[in-house]
Design a protein around this ligand. Structure first.
Ligand code: UD1
Length: 408
């Protein structure tokens, strides 16, 4: 019961911080969430010579990239977080070269970077790949061009937008990703003096400019954090208002909750869920690029279907190995059956029970927390550092709503 206010979107903050590398004067970002991944990307750009100044509350940060000197991102940081690779586009644009270790991050599928590299090559960069790193250089500068992405990759779209913002001439990205985080990045870059049109559709047009300046920006609310709390209320029962959640960004999640019989009200400043936690109907979901059902909500929604009446089918089409949470959910009495890399059947059970589980990755960990909220007894969840990459103070937020959760 109660209210929760969602933070700024992790997946928008990360590319936007990478984007500050493009400016020759300081940028200021407001309402920055206190997350592990944000700390990591800050360390990456600091290692490149950017000066970072934080306010006392640590939620406003000034990035001064006038001092950008290095073009090589350190291995320990890139290995920790795949999104570190987002500095490649800005570095190429501003310095004409970038050397970056092979990215790490959540172990959800192969997650190659071929689309990023193909696009950089199309923009005129030369790429050298060794076992450990990727070196890209554009001695004569980047040149605008037409790029068709074989898949609407979020990261590749962001990297190309940033690189093309300072390339010579016009770039058109076709089959671009349409995620709200891309729109937010384009809004920030346009405030810096870039000329980007069409972000949020699958064709993005960029007219390169020779220089960008700093800007002030507040990042959009985190739709995945919001969706996670909507599901928490839907599963545990109660009346929860998720303040700051944008219904337009959560259409498939809201639609599926309603289909399962949960009351969801879209209000002007957020979304309200009213649920008894009982009589949930089984529903099928299939993850897709935006505006389809987000893959980053798949695990949490699966946790929800474990206590539904009937069998739900969860189809994952974005990643090829994103069902690691199934085994852990089954430890709590769930009946999930992974049929293939892409399909999991969930036979709803009457109730879950407490168990000792281990977070397999960020969103899988969130799913385990949701299951533990309704599981009878005291659950213990290990490796919660995964969850802390993407949720600020999740135990405080859920305890405020009536949960009993302690970080050990
Ligand atoms: C971003 C999000 C992540 C989310 C994902 C999909 C951030 C920091 N992370 O990750 O939380 O789960 O979008 O919504 O914003 N692919 C290729 N080649 C490439 C790039 C991607 O084959 O060069 C494939 C990946 O292996 C994956 C799919 O495309 O199967 C989607 O990846 P992508 O959209 O690039 O995700 P990320 O940007 O890594």
């Amino acid at each position: 019961e109660g209210r929760v206010r969602v933070s700024s979107a992790k997946n928008a903050v990360l590319p936007i911080i990478a984007g500050t590398l493009l400016a020759s004067t300081p940028s200021k970002l407001l309402e920055i969430p206190n997350l592990e991944d944000v700390g990591t990307i800050c360390q990456v750009i600091e290692s490149l010579g950017v000066k970072i100044t934080r306010n006392k509350a640590d939620d406003e940060i000034i990035f001064d990239a006038s001092t950008l000197t290095a073009t090589e991102a350190p291995y320990e940081l890139v290995r920790k977080m795949r999104a570190s690779f987002l500095v490649m586009g800005p570095l190429l644009a501003r310095k004409g070269e970038a050397k970056i270790s092979m990215p790490g991050g959540c172990a959800i599928g192969a997650r190659p970077i071929d689309l990023h590299l193909k696009a950089f090559e199309a923009l005129g960069a030369k790429i050298e790949i060794t076992e450990d790193y990727v070196y890209a250089h554009a001695p004569e500068g980047l040149k605008g061009t037409q790029i068709y992405l074989d898949f609407p990759s979020v990261g590749a779209t962001e990297n190309v937008i940033m690189a093309a913002s300072m390339a010579e001439g016009k770039t058109v990205i076709e089959n671009a990703a349409e995620e709200p985080e891309i729109v937010d990045l384009a809004t920030f870059l346009n405030a810096m003096g870039a000329n980007i049109r069409g972000a949020g559709t699958n064709v993005i047009r960029i007219e390169g400019v020779p220089q960008l300046h700093g800007a002030i920006h507040t990042v959009i609310p985190d739709r995945i954090e919001a969706g996670t709390y909507l599901i928490a209320a839907a599963m545990a029962g109660g009346d929860v208002f998720v303040e700051n959640a944008l219904p337009e960004h959560l259409k498939p999640v809201v639609a599926k909750l309603k289909e399962a019989g949960v009351t969801v009200e879209e209000e002007i400043d957020g979304i309200r869920v009213i649920s008894t936690g009982k009589g949930i109907k089984a529903v099928d979901i299939k993850t897709l690029p935006y505006p389809g059902f987000p893959t980053d909500m798949q695990a949490q929604f699966m946790a929800f279907t474990t206590i539904a009446e009937g069998t739900s089918t969860v189809t994952e089409t974005v990643f090829e190995n994103r069902f690691m949470h199934c085994k852990e959910l089954n430890k709590m009495g769930a009946d999930t059956q992974v049929i293939s890399n892409h399909i999991c059947k969930v036979n709803g059970v009457e109730k879950l029970h407490a168990a000792k589980t281990t977070c397999p990755d960020l969103r899988g960990g969130a799913a385990l927390i949701l299951a533990a909220l309704v599981g009878e007894g005291q659950s213990e969840i290990n490796n919660i550092y995964h969850v802390e990459r993407g949720y600020e103070n999740i135990e405080g937020v859920l305890n405020n709503l009536g949960a009993d959760m302690t970080k050990i």
